[in-house]
Design a binder for this molecule. Structure first.
Ligand code: ATP
Ligand code: MG
Length: 573
């Protein structure tokens, strides 16, 4: 993180847990004895896609409140009112992801579709009160007569149908007598309201479509705004937390509940959505990336979905810490993805086992090391954590180092290997480059070096210093594995900010995935299992891919790079 980001992170940290405006409201409500002392939230995903890091913010808020306030509860509720886009696959993945983040809804998993009967009865009630009517205009006519921010809407010619006619038509809508779009049920509120959501919103529409849970029982489906507030009330929710775009819907939320005899009237409170740099978080856009093959599925490690991040190697504790630092506020902003990565590096720095791998190998032959000799050198698994223990690393006359760690004609501050220079091999010996071997095209194919047998373990009796320490693998013992390196999926910091004529897919980074089919790793890594994190020394944090790894043949994802000091020096010139 740079200074600005540090400052941001610190100011966020200053906003101590428990002190954001929503938690304050809850504390005030408790102090005032509201809701009989209950605190009950819910997380209400629509099962039409996989959860992403933005949802994690909402999950950490709703389930976080359950954890922080004694006796508080949080429901998982699937908001499944749209039969056309919803699938069991999404329902399953959402449960898996909430659990993975470390939260639990106990026995309180609900579906809005479980309330379809009651929602229907409430609609009848509204009709009987003269507060809802069947409109027979087309969708287009309804749209055109809605008015604008400056002009009132026009009342529908069907607005004053009798209660009897409305009851009859609504029942026949339910019975399947009409085609999609022939009629809708609208709340009768105020076509002149300055709030467009209050201009007789549609609350039911006809959709001859099978629903993933209710099958063909229904051919009319309730709209989101109508369903959501009633579902909250039926579940005894006290604080209904949603994102800012619902602020203008709050009067409708309250209006519906005020008309009906519901068990309680939850309080809707809005907070800012999470936006992340170099990332899109719209489900529509994420679905397009998947369907059009721009990525390899919802769990592609470049996706901001929780399943993609899990596969990439992000961990739930880091995501929760990130959400804590981002905090909850009323103003929309774009959070720097480096804050997320900073949180993740902190976790992995503590946890990851240190190992050696070479991504772009260059052979080194140590001329004064006996051909038939092999030895085992001791190496720390994690200097940050003595309990992680030690392991033995094989060493022999031929090793591989990183091609980038050698320069034949190096600039001043290059402290790695070059002709005549001495460097330390991590956990092993000092070596000095004696000769550079090239092929006919001039490409370096091999280095001939000598080693100092007295430097075993990384120091010498004469105490002479070397500036560079290189990672390496034994040529005789190393294993070949596939390694996948990732970069931002989008090239623009705000990929939602499109110029005229641009599609968001135009901004995809063509170099977001780089596959290294034959990297070399120290031999113990063939047994690496998904879920274990490694620091490949000097290269970054890695974890085996949970989909493509096979027993004895792991495929490694790079979670994140380490901070690259050399790149910074180079930039400064
Ligand atoms: P859609 O456009 O399909 O409605 P959505 O992003 O609102 O997409 P939902 O499944 O309705 O998705 O979201 C479930 C909950 O997660 C909602 O309460 C929503 O406000 C919250 N949520 C979604 N995206 C974000 C985000 N980027 N930041 C914070 N909360 C979010
Ligand atoms: Mg939504």
């Amino acid at each position: 993180m740079n200074n600005k980001q540090h400052a941001q992170a610190e100011s966020r940290e200053a906003a101590e847990v428990g002190s954001d405006f929503i938690r304050k409201i809850i504390q005030e409500d408790l102090a005032a004895g509201k809701n009989g002392g209950r605190v009950h939230t819910r997380f209400p995903p629509e099962p039409n896609g996989y959860l992403h890091i933005g949802h994690a913010k909402s999950i950490c808020l709703n389930f976080g409140i359950q954890e922080e306030f004694p006796g508080a509860l949080c429901n998982l509720r699937f908001d499944d009112t749209n039969p056309c886009k919803e699938e069991q696959e999404y329902v399953d993945s959402i449960q898996e992801d909430v659990h993975w983040l470390g939260f639990d809804w106990g026995d309180r998993m609900y579906f809005a579709s479980d309330y379809f009967d009651r929602l229907y009865e409430y609609a009848i009630d509204l009709i009987k009160q003269g507060k809802a009517y069947v409109d027979s205009q087309s969708a287009e006519e309804i749209r055109l007569s809605r008015g604008t921010l400056t002009e009132p809407g026009k009342e529908s010619p069907y607005r004053n149908r009798s209660i009897e006619e409305n009851l009859d038509l609504f029942e026949r809508m339910r019975a399947g007598e009409f085609k999609d779009g022939e009629h809708v049920l609208r709340a009768k509120i105020d076509m002149a309201s300055p709030n467009l959501n209050m201009r007789d919103p549609v609350i039911y529409r006809i959709r001859h479509a099978s629903h993933h849970r209710t099958g063909d029982k229904w051919c009319i489906y309730p709209m989101y705004d109508y369903t959501h507030c009633i579902s909250d009330a039926l579940e005894g929710i006290t604080h209904s937390l949603c994102t800012l775009e619902f602020e203008d819907h709050r009067p409708l939320y309250d209006w519906v509940l005020d008309q009906l005899d519901v068990p309680c009237h939850p309080r809707q409170i809005e907070f800012a959505r999470l936006n992340l740099s170099y990332t899109v978080l719209s489900k529509r856009k994420l679905l397009e990336l998947v369907q059009d093959g721009h990525v390899n599925g919802w769990d592609d490690p470049r996706m901001p979905t929780l399943s993609g991040m899990r596969r990439r190697g992000y961990t739930p504790d880091a995501i929760r810490e990130f959400c804590r630092r981002v905090g909850v506020a009323k103003a929309n902003s774009i959070v720097d993805i480096e804050l997320l990565n900073f949180c993740q590096r902190e976790v992995l720095n503590r946890r990851a086992l240190r190992v050696m791998a070479v991504l772009n190998p260059l052979k080194v032959v140590i001329e004064n090391y006996p051909e038939d000799k092999e030895e085992e050198l001791e190496a720390d698994n994690n200097p940050e954590d003595p309990a992680a223990g030690k392991r033995m690393l094989p060493f022999c006359r031929e090793i591989y180092i990183e091609r980038d760690d050698f320069m034949e004609d190096p600039p001043k501050k290059f402290f790695r290997l070059s002709p005549g220079k001495e460097v330390r091999l991590k956990h092993a010996y000092y070596i000095t480059c004696k000769e550079v071997i090239k092929d006919s095209s001039g490409k370096v194919t091999e280095l001939r070096c000598t080693y100092d047998p007295e430097s075993r373990g990384g120091g010498t009796p004469d105490g002479r210093k070397v500036k560079g320490t290189l990672h390496w693998v034994s040529a005789r013992h190393a294993k070949k594995v596939e390694v996948r390196l990732y970069d931002h999926l989008f090239m623009r910091e705000n990929p939602d900010d499109l110029k005229e004529g641009e599609k968001f897919t135009d901004l995809l980074n063509p170099e977001s995935l780089k596959v290294i089919p034959e990297a070399l790793v120290e031999p113990g890594l063939v047994d690496a299992r998904p879920g274990t994190h490694y620091q490949f020394l000097r290269l970054g944090y890695f974890t085996p891919d949970s989909v493509d790894s096979k027993p004895g043949q792991p495929v490694f994802n790079r979670v994140l790079t380490l901070r690259d000091t050399w790149a910074k020096i180079k930039k400064k010139g």
